[in-house]
Unconditional design. Structure first.
Length: 98
């Protein structure tokens, strides 16, 4: 798949306060903080649909709660389960509640 470049123009306009995630770190995040994460997803279309083939990128959004202390950092999804991905896989975040 082609390389992905973070793109603020593809973020939801219904949410304000988007910030980039750099090196998998959110500096102001504390345990109990609720975030909306933007995770890049690519859809690969073969040459039969687009000449030469193409990958179109969009964002998938996930609300999570942070659990952390000085020794660990964990993302919990809306079902109370550990998330299957990490902040390294996300491009942007917005704080929903602190």
């Amino acid at each position: 798949m082609t390389a992905h470049t973070p793109d603020t123009t593809k973020l939801s306009k219904a949410v304000t306060g988007w910030k980039p995630i750099e090196d998998g770190v959110i500096p102001e995040c504390e345990s109990g903080c609720q975030l909306l994460l933007a995770i890049p997803m690519g859809n690969k279309y073969p040459p039969g649909i687009f000449p030469g083939g193409i990958v179109l990128w969009h964002y998938e959004y996930h609300a999570v709660t942070v659990e952390c202390d000085e020794h660990y950092f964990k993302l919990i999804d809306a079902d109370g389960e550990d998330c299957d991905w990490t902040l390294d896989e996300c491009d942007f975040y917005a704080v929903l509640s602190e």
